[in-house]
Write a protein that binds this ligand. Sequence first.
Ligand SMILES: [Zn+2]
Length: 122
Amino acid sequence: MNKKDLDYFSAKLKAEKERLEKELSGLATKNPENPENWIPSYPDFNPQLADESEKADVVEEFEIKYSVETVLEEKLNEVKEALQRIAKGTYGVCEEDKEPISRERLEANPAAKYCQKHAQFK
Ligand SMILES: [Zn+2]
């Protein structure tokens, strides 16, 4: 991949990284012991005062938040890995067979690690 394309995808990935971090910061806080890890913020409520249905709502809210947070964090890690591949010069090739990943595929997902053929099995 030439420098121009690398810059192009690098900019896309950085924008995506910022977007994901912003979204994550709305529903989670960074783990102070491991800044790579995010912890979903628990809803603010007093279990002494809440009745059963309120508690159930809070638990449900937390579960939804938790699953959204997990997906965002995974995506963020993929984006960071892709940026590392750009830095190492291994961006845009399939990790399985080292074949170039199609432009179309990278446009759709700049963090793609595998070519079309191998993505199906991951
Ligand atoms: Zn492949």
